[in-house]
Design a protein around this ligand. Structure first.
Ligand SMILES: NC(=O)c1ccc[n+]([C@@H]2O[C@H](COP(=O)([O-])OP(=O)(O)OC[C@H]3O[C@@H](n4cnc5c(N)ncnc54)[C@H](OP(=O)(O)O)[C@@H]3O)[C@@H](O)[C@H]2O)c1
Length: 349
């Protein structure tokens, strides 16, 4: 299969190239950039030197028809500008931007501004295979989830998969994210002396990913869920840990939660339940996930506060972006879901 990566010079674009290079069933046919036309890929992504012999080209609608599948790794707004034409010529697409994630256009406009092709959003499938595997298999357009939304939703989903387990009106989520989550464009806030060593609240209220989290939890539970979501930038390059607090409305034991989480994720290869009594890594920790497509989820019960704490950890550039996108590509093209993605994280890192 001939693949094009649009926006291949960015962080998720580079990660797509790294993972697609390993994938046995594809040929990287076209990689685009506005800034680095004619430069070899290794010039911008030095980790691919001597491995991938391809140059950046400019985006050209006439030439793209020779590809079979498109990954869009560009900012929101840039995707919606080209998706209608790509669909028109019969291409299948996974878009990593937020342009097609939200079904409610009011929510979209609140966070991202106007949308030029809202009708296409209706057919797009939210690209979380753990929730939408069968729809993804049939989709022409998949919107890969936001990285913090992915970690938060996967950690909470089992608790909303059965009726009346936890209070739907009171969910508090708090995500910590590394600097690559902001992409490669820079400003004073991302400048090394300012970004290093921070634990910096970022959008403590009104974060964009909240809309996706609510959309997907509503769908699972069939009820309106109210979530408070805050994000923090922390001193790592890759990785997310999302911690959530939910309040049970019936008695739930640890055994009940084990049963619930095991049942929910039994057919999902990339989600691991981490809750160990001994060892160094007893709870999900992004350090254990760097470079891999796994999302680790976990939970604890606090009987004093009638509270359940959940954890979701992942590498924002893999399971939070390029890895999920390739997982969706595998499903959309009839390949095994794990193809090209079944390898461990780096350790130690
Ligand atoms: N970083 C993450 O952890 C993460 C996770 C999940 C989803 N995402 C989403 O994935 C997308 C890419 O994110 P990223 O982190 O890879 O960003 P990035 O590092 O800034 O890369 C985006 C690339 O897109 C190109 N680009 C920028 N503006 C463009 C425009 N108007 N039209 C066409 N191309 C444009 C740029 O390359 P040239 O200048 O070379 O053209 C840039 O290198 C975003 O929508 C982001 O929200 C990111």
């Amino acid at each position: 299969m001939k693949i094009a990566v649009i926006g291949a010079s960015g962080y998720t674009g580079g990660e797509l190239l790294r993972l697609l290079y390993i994938h046995p069933d594809i040929e990287i046919h076209m990689i685009t950039s506005r800034t680095y036309v004619d430069q070899p890929v290794g010039q911008i992504h030095p980790n691919l030197k001597k491995l991938l012999d391809v140059k950046f080209t400019s985006f050209n609608m006439d030439k793209i028809g020779s590809c079979d599948f498109i990954f869009l790794a560009v900012p929101h707004k840039a995707s919606q500008a080209i998706v209608p034409d790509l669909l028109e010529i019969g291409l299948k697409i996974v878009d990593l931007s937020a342009d097609f994630r939200l079904k409610d256009m009011n929510e979209f406009e609140k966070h991202y501004g106007t949308h030029s092709c809202p009708e296409i959003t209706k057919e797009a499938v939210y690209g979380l295979p753990e929730l939408h595997r069968e729809e993804i298999k049939k989709a022409r357009l998949v919107a890969a989830p936001g990285c913090m939304a992915c970690a938060t939703i996967l950690a909470l989903a089992p608790l909303f998969s059965e009726p009346d387990l936890v209070d739907p009106s009171h969910v508090i989520s708090d995500a910590k994210i590394g600097s690559s989550g902001g992409g490669k464009s820079f400003n004073i806030a991302t400048h090394h002396p300012e970004r290093t060593n921070v634990i910096r609240p970022y959008r403590p209220v009104g974060h964009r990913h909240l809309a996706e989290i609510v959309q997907e939890l509503n769908l699972i539970s069939n009820k309106p869920i109210k979530v408070g979501f805050s994000a923090h930038g922390v001193n790592i390059v890759r990785g997310i840990l999302s911690t959530s607090h939910v309040f049970p409305i019936k008695d739930l034991t640890e055994k009940d939660l084990w049963r619930l989480y095991r049942k929910f994720y039994k057919d999902h290869p990339f989600v691991r339940i981490i809750k160990q009594k001994s060892g160094l890594y007893r709870r999900p920790d992004p350090k254990m996930l760097i470079g891999s497509n796994f999302c680790d989820v976990g939970f604890d019960i606090d009987p004093e506060m009638n509270r359940i704490v959940t954890f979701g950890a992942l590498d924002n550039l893999v399971k939070g972006a390029a890895g999920s996108a390739i997982q969706c590509f595998n499903l959309m093209t009839g390949l095994d879901e794990t193809k090209g993605l079944w390898y461990p994280a780096l350790h130690p890192i």
